[in-house]
Design a protein. Structure first.
Length: 115
């Protein structure tokens, strides 16, 4: 089960905060899985959902996978996302954020975004 240590309500809250933070930063988007990738995950019972949360007492670690638009400064965008997400999670949930790992899985060109 996904993010079993966090609890369903907390996972929904964290998913919402994470999605809002990612959507607020221009040139960066949540990693979306293709229909084929989703099917393969189901067939091999792989639980590789985005984002992932790990909680130990009142401390949380977050791992997220994103797509970045071509021409953006990747390190700058990821650092901005980490800072923004840390501030929001700590202020809205009361959890202390230990780490936020941002993985860039894809660089998108403008025509891909609109497709």
């Amino acid at each position: 089960m996904r993010n079993k240590q966090i609890g369903q309500v907390n996972t929904i809250i964290l998913d919402t905060i994470t999605s809002v933070c990612i959507s607020d930063i221009d040139g960066i988007e949540e990693m979306k899985k293709s229909g084929l990738q989703k099917l393969l995950d189901i067939l091999i019972k792989k639980c590789n959902e985005n984002p992932k949360y790990e909680k130990h007492q009142n401390v949380i670690s977050i791992s997220i996978f994103v797509e970045v638009m071509f021409g953006e400064k990747i390190v700058e965008k990821c650092f901005c996302l980490q800072r923004y997400l840390k501030e929001d999670v700590e202020s809205l949930t009361g959890f202390k954020v230990e780490s936020i790992n941002v993985y860039v899985r894809k660089v998108m060109y403008k025509k891909e975004k609109n497709a």
